[in-house]
Design a protein around this ligand. Structure first.
Ligand code: GTP
Ligand code: MG
Length: 335
């Protein structure tokens, strides 16, 4: 029997010996320490974490998930800090996941983000976690959805996910959010240019932060021109542009209003269900991908088989397509 449990990165034998966990129940009772612990196990790729995630899954799907992505240093964390405040004033509990792009050694970004959101650290209604981007064999976006589920099960009404840039991994993460916000700042015109199509593909809200700085109107005009070039028939959401000054808590209410409007749009047009379906599909495919590769390797990788195939590729004795066909044939051998 092949175990389809996924593991997303190499774990040493002693790491696999995670003591019997009853974390799921504690998390469902709102225990923040248990949630932090499970997130750590997920990060370490502990196979037992999957058992806890399985239990939690049936209690998830209740949070509203908001993605905050955009240019480095555009003020995403500062914006999240003021958003937390506004949501808390509306009696909403908030989870924050910061995808930290820094290397494991610099730690700079985590520190900066933590400091910016520090004032919420003692608030029981707020739970902030950073996820390092390094070492995810099974994909960063899969790790992110696991942590989203944990915060969802913990009972957070709103989950904010911060990522830098609009690279492939970030776009994949945006598949899991209900409202995607792209944060820009004056002077990030080059960045906008290189990502032109990409931005409009993922953004439900376009935030021009640092509206106190020069160049706001140029950027706004540029974004408007981009939007004009695209067709938004009835029933298709046209990204909204919102101006903010996160450090002065200006424009926060407009941003929240934009988020609620987008949510209302999704619900009334039935697109909310479509998004959820898409997100579940994406998650299924990612788990499948990870599990299949694990399972296939377990089955075929006898006597260094995979290494030998790689040798063949390196020496051009075999092409990868035929190699995969052979692997698939090996799977069905003797059946
Ligand atoms: N002038 C001005 N500065 C701001 C504003 N919002 C944030 N900043 C500053 O911009 C810098 C970066 O802010 P962060 O919130 O860390 O930006 P970030 O996008 O999270 O940055 P990374 O996570 O490193 O990509 C900080 O020095 C903030 O104080 C604003 O509205 N106006
Ligand atoms: Mg940040």
């Amino acid at each position: 029997m092949i175990d389809f449990a996924f593991s997303r990165r190499y774990t040493s034998p002693e790491k696999e010996q995670v003591p019997q966990m009853r974390l799921a129940n504690e998390i469902l009772e709102g225990n923040i320490r248990a949630a932090a612990k499970l997130i750590r196990y997920v990060e370490d790729g502990a196979p037992d974490a999957v058992e806890e995630l399985k239990k939690l899954y049936f209690h998830t799907g209740k949070s509203y998930i908001i993605g905050i992505t955009g240019a480095p240093g555009s003020g995403k964390s500062t914006l999240i800090d003021v958003l937390i405040d506004s949501f808390r004033k509306r009696n909403k509990t908030v989870g924050v996941i910061v995808i930290d792009p820094s290397s494991p050694f610099s730690g700079g970004a985590i520190l900066g983000d933590r400091i910016r959101m520090q004032r919420h650290a003692t608030d029981q209604g707020v739970f902030i976690r950073s996820l390092a981007t390094r070492g995810w064999l099974g994909g960063l976006s899969k790790a992110t959805i696991d942590v989203i589920h944990i915060m969802d099960a913990l009972g957070k009404d709103i989950i904010l996910v911060e990522t830098v840039g609009v690279g492939q991994a970030e776009v994949a993460i945006m598949n899991f959010v209900h409202t995607a916000t792209v944060v820009l700042m004056p002077g990030s015109g080059d960045w906008v240019q290189t990502l032109k199509a990409g931005i409009l593909e993922i953004a439900d809200l376009l935030v021009i932060n640092k509206a106190d700085m020069k160049g706001v109107y140029e950027l706004e005009a540029e974004l408007k021109a981009m939007l004009q070039m695209k067709d938004y028939p009835r029933g298709v959401w046209k990204p909204k542009i919102v101006l903010t000054e996160a450090i002065n808590d200006k424009g926060t209410e407009e941003l929240i209003k934009g988020i609620y409007e987008h949510r209302e749009f999704l619900v009334t047009t039935g697109k909310y269900d479509t998004r959820v379906r898409q997100s579940n599909k994406q998650e299924l495919l990612e788990v499948l991908k990870g599990s299949l590769i694990d399972a296939v390797f377990q089955k075929v990788n006898k006597n260094d088989y995979v290494e030998k195939v790689i040798d063949d590729l390196v020496n051009r004795r075999k092409d990868p397509y035929s190699a995969v066909s052979e692997i698939i044939n090996k799977l069905t051998e003797g059946k």
